[in-house]
Write a protein that binds this ligand. Sequence first.
Ligand code: R5P
Length: 304
Amino acid sequence: MYTLSKPTPCEQYVADHILLSKKQTTFWKQFPSGEQYVRLLHIEKRALVIGRTWGKPGNLWGTLLLLDTLKRNGIGDTTLVLPYFAYARQDRQRLSGEPLSGVCIAQLLACAGANRILTLDLHSERVQKASPIPVKSISFLEPLARALQEHLKGISDFTVIAPDKGARKKAYAFARALKHEKQCAWIEKERDPYTGMLKERGLHGSRKNTTAILVDDMLDTGGTICESVHFLKKHGFKKFYLCITHPLFSNNALTRISSLGFKRIFVSDTIPLRKKIARFPILQIVPSGPALVKAISTVQLPRK
Ligand code: R5P
């Protein structure tokens, strides 16, 4: 089991629960230029790597370097665990001249030495289909739903709402996990491919217009959620909860979100939060480590 240097809390949890001994398996250092160096201190027959594709480019580069090092040292079977698979949103070429970033990342990881990837709530099935190696995405909806349920304490007049068509399946699965599968709706909207501006077109599904539980795979700038809340307020919703797997919280997302009047926000720790965000009083972090450990120990991933 191998990690990058300075593991995040989620990575550390997985390492602590998967590693049979506390033996350090890698030695990392950074040259003054910022370039990274890794040496394996322990060579296993099969490897489990927890990598990163989010944040600074050094994260992806460290992951590639580690995978390549394992391959060059004779390890021919490597499972890569990516708590958050970044770049998966760019999964189709809507305009000519655009990349397929998620597929590009999967190809790089495969080329460096990953034989399969395990991740949580991958944004797009298209990336899975086009990846040269198997990519298994585990749902994090159950742990989020459990955390929310403890907070709802019997409130049942809610509607689970997907902020866009892409999140529809997730919202229905979430409503099922809350045992209220009939109370689910989704917002139809259009995004201008040039400006990224969103325009709502309608609200579909069965609903009770009181409490809205918004569910999405990620929160980046907060734009999608802001627009959705404003739209739902116009439709008569009064109370709001938010459940998000990957909390990117870029730019001033926290400021935008904090003005919306959420009762509570649930996020995982797949991406470590800046202190200011983690301390936000209504934010509850649901650890993703246990779900990853369970998936690692039970999921047999096929070779492609
Ligand atoms: C879009 O398809 C995703 O599921 C998220 O809704 C979106 O990427 C969130 O980004 P932002 O917070 O910047 O609107």
